[in-house]
Design a protein around this ligand. Structure first.
Ligand code: AMP
Ligand code: GLY
Length: 414
């Protein structure tokens, strides 16, 4: 099977490694890819917002399966275009990708499907915004309805800041604050059957101790030794299965990766958000742990053949740490030379925001590389990830030093 993977981040690097490892994958092409992916797959320059260019590339290469990494092409409808041309796609249609593209749409589907989430108001006027803010106490949670590249959500105790963010959005969802640990739990769906993956935890804030601004994610780990033993079953029943059934009933089946961002509150599981694609950097811990061949799995999902599939996982733990460029997330500095990539057993270095130049590999994005350590437990996995990342040199770069720290301490205490 010839596969075209769309995207260029750490998530795509990890997916590429997973796809390539499946003997069913005879050729792997990536558009546009990055210097890390170029070490093992053929990369094709392309602008990922150009649906037509993606279709033409897939046709020219006689691709059997397109796997779409990032949300923007999905929300732009690239999957519809490819499917109309008879090409199997792992990734939802434009209509189904609205679960990520519009917070209000996701709330409506959750309401109709009976999926537990925060109480919310969708507002378009200052009057409605003021009423909504008054309905909830601080901390205020204010979400831009549309895609905002990770900058759409403000959680603050400052009512004025909440109001200003809300007024800056065309349409805004204001919701109840959910207290409790956050978990990312993904389901792989063929439109009617959804197969849950094991949970991961992401670290959204830029700095240690969950300080600093929200980011795309600074690190992740899996599995979660502290999570309730029935978390997968419970999330499947309460969230994933009803969402897939509701989307199918609406005539817009969701084919692809349904990302459930959950808060485990004292009152039970609540959905914080959905994404319509693999999470970044959660994918960088899940793919190295997945034993089930990835290309075959995603092809089954793309061709409505998931019924009866269960996933097999390694017993190991994985921890990933993101090396971010100076100034990330507000104003990441690009162009700096990156050195110190070493080859360490049980460590995978995934390129994210890097470019190849005549002078070597340089930074070209906010999240520059993601380093995953694998080990028998979280402590061993962490130690490996941190040993490898500490050797990478990029002037001004930084990384969090507390990824999976609490979980590894708790695991040792058990
Ligand atoms: P999102 O872009 O929806 O993932 O939101 C970004 C982050 O904001 C989440 O990972 C949470 O940490 C936080 N957040 C979003 N919604 C809520 C909520 N209702 N209560 C508490 N925190 C939230
Ligand atoms: N790690 C969060 C995301 O992928 O949206």
């Amino acid at each position: 099977m010839k596969i075209l993977l769309v995207g260029s981040g750490g998530r795509e690097h990890a997916l590429g490694v997973g796809l390539q490892a499946d003997p069913a994958c005879t050729e792997l092409h990536v558009a546009p890819g990055n210097p890390g992916i170029a070490q093992f797959a053929k990369c094709h320059p392309l602008v990922i917002t150009d649906n037509q260019a993606i279709l033409e590339l897939a046709q020219q290469l006689h691709i059997d399966l397109v796997v779409v990494g990032p949300e923007v092409p999905l929300v732009n409808g690239v999957a519809d275009l490819l499917r109309a041309a008879g090409i199997a796609v792992f990734g939802p249609s434009k209509a189904a990708a609205q679960l990520e593209g519009s917070k209000n749409f996701a709330k409506e589907v959750m309401r109709d499907a009976g999926v537990p989430t925060a109480h919310s108001f969708t507002c378009t006027t200052q009057h409605e915004i003021e009423i909504a803010l008054d309905a909830f106490d601080a901390p205020y949670v204010v979400k831009d309805d549309g895609l905002a590249a990770g900058k759409g959500v403000v959680v603050t105790n400052d009512r004025q800041e909440a109001l200003e963010h809300a007024l800056a959005c065309k349409r805004v969802v204001i919701e109840e604050y959910l207290d409790g640990p956050e978990v990312s739990l993904f389901g792989i769906s063929d439109g009617t059957t959804i197969v849950p993956m094991q949970p991961a935890q992401d670290f959204k804030r830029a700095l240690d101790g969950d300080q600093g601004p929200n980011t795309g994610g600074m690190g992740a780990y899996s599995p979660l030794p502290w999570a309730p033993s029935d978390i997968i079953e419970d999330t499947y029943k309460q969230v994933l299965a009803p969402m897939i059934a509701e989307m199918a009933a609406r005539g817009t089946p969701f084919v692809g990766l349904l990302y459930a961002g959950l808060a485990l509150t004292d009152h039970g599981t609540r959905v914080i958000e959905f994404n319509a694609r693999f999470g970044d950097p959660e994918t960088q811990v899940l793919i190295p742990l997945l034993k089930t061949p990835l290309a075959t799995l995603l092809y089954k999902a793309a061709t409505k053949n998931l019924n009866g599939t269960t996933l097999e996982w390694k017993e190991d733990s994985a921890v990933t740490v993101v090396l971010a460029a100076e100034g990330y997330p507000a104003t990441p500095k690009s162009g700096g030379a990156i050195t110190g990539f070493s080859s360490i057993d049980n460590v995978q270095i995934y390129h994210a925001g890097t470019s190849a130049t005549e002078q070597g590999v340089v930074a070209s994005g906010g999240r520059v590389v993601t380093v995953t350590g694998i080990g028998e437990d979280l402590t061993e996995a962490r130690n490996r990830a941190y040993r490898a990342i500490s050797q990478i040199r990029l002037a001004g770069s930084f990384y969090r030093t507390d990824i999976a720290l609490n979980a590894s301490v708790a695991e040792k205490g058990n």
